[in-house]
Design a protein around this ligand. Structure first.
Ligand SMILES: C[S@@+](CC[C@H](N)C(=O)[O-])C[C@H]1O[C@@H](n2cnc3c(N)ncnc32)[C@H](O)[C@@H]1O
Length: 338
């Protein structure tokens, strides 16, 4: 227990216990197009109410909450978007990330039953967690509209950090929209890539590849990376944003199988929501791990030390832990010796 001279009060506990009210306010604002309307000049309570067709009293309630949350600022009767809101939550902008803000919403009811989910026994957990029979092509399309809305930014960041000049082929495990491979094809004239994902997803991946005119160099293959064979002609492997969905044993097994499949001298980049080595935070990876209880999967938050261990046990060398997205994503990399 930490001690301080200040007598504890309930302020922090009250804020956390009602934090989901804030999530709801943000998601409703995105769904109603509040930030877009404000940027178009519908920036008073009455103008906004008219523009998005809700009662003025509800516009006032929502704008008051969003202002207190510092998503908006208020000058007299006028509201304006905060800088990040203006950049990422105004529809029509290339940087629009509204779908990503709604990504967690399908699990809203599930989080309300977290206590029941936490009582689920090991024998009732599902290997593929949320990717059950309800994960149809339609659902995958909606899901990857959300991942794509921030994935291209992450992929560009990856290719600024990692130089793949001279590499021949990427295998992208759980590649989803294919964003990491699309940016690779845009960056390197000759590189090829194969996106591996679950059967409903690869249909959606192919739509993204076609839209970006990279289908000749990038293919999408149905593959459950926990058990299906991996391509053995790649000298780069990427696995991004699915680390907490699986147990330590499963991830260790995937890392071993990637090592076995990679060409000698090849490199593996595991980008995941990862805890610090001591397991104490950051919060975002910890919550991604907790969300796996809602999916009834085997997943949990892995630490950077766990990941280093999986890479070393598989045989990788030159293992590095790189900060990728502060407080959220870490990039663990290693080289298969020649
Ligand atoms: C959060 S998305 C990340 C997509 C992409 N890597 C990105 O960073 O934008 C996780 C992806 O992993 C895929 N996935 C999860 N488990 C998988 C498995 N066992 N085999 C293949 N793909 C899997 C999901 O279908 C989904 O497309």
């Amino acid at each position: 227990m930490t001690t301080s001279n200040k007598r504890p009060d309930t302020v922090r506990l009250q804020r956390i216990s009602k934090a989901f009210w804030e999530s709801a306010a943000l998601m409703s604002a995105v769904e109603l197009g509040v930030f877009t309307a404000i940027s178009q000049g519908h920036n008073t309570i009455d103008r906004l109410a008219h523009a998005i067709d809700i009662e003025p009293v509800n516009a006032e309630r929502l704008l008051t909450a969003l202002t207190a949350m510092q998503l908006l600022s208020r000058q007299g009767e006028h509201f304006s978007n905060a800088e990040d809101v203006q950049r990422f939550l105004v529809e029509g902008e290339a940087s629009y990330a509204g779908p990503w803000m709604l990504f967690g919403k399908p699990r809203w009811e599930g989080w309300g039953k977290l206590t029941e989910h936490l009582r689920v026994r090991a024998e009732d957990q599902r290997l593929l967690g949320m990717y059950d029979e309800t994960f149809t092509v339609e659902r995958a399309r909606e899901y990857h509209q959300a991942t794509f809305s921030i994935g291209m930014g992450a992929a560009r960041r990856f290719h600024r950090q990692v130089d793949l000049s001279g590499r021949q082929k990427i295998m992208d495990l759980g590649g989803g929209s294919g964003c990491y491979c699309i940016v690779a094809a845009q960056t390197y004239a000759d590189i090829k890539a194969e996106v591996l994902d679950l059967p409903p997803v690869v249909e959606v991946t192919r739509e993204y590849l076609a839209n970006h005119e990279v289908s000749e160099r990038i293919s999408a293959t149905a593959c459950d990376f926990t058990q299906d064979p991996l391509p053995n002609d790649a000298d780069v492997a990427i696995m991004a944003s699915n680390l907490p969905q699986y147990s330590r044993d499963i991830i260790a097994g995937v890392v071993r199988r990637v090592y076995a499949a990679l060409l000698p001298g090849g490199e593996f980049h595991l980008i995941g929501e990862t805890l610090n080595a001591d397991g104490v935070g950051p919060l975002a990876p910890a919550l991604w791990g907790l969300s796996e209880a809602v999916s009834r999967s085997t997943g949990l938050a892995h630490t950077t030390a766990d990941c280093e261990g999986y890479f070393a046990a598989a045989g990788f060398e030159h293992i590095e832990i790189n900060n990728f997205i502060p407080q959220t994503l870490t990039r663990v990399s290693g080289i298969k010796p020649i």
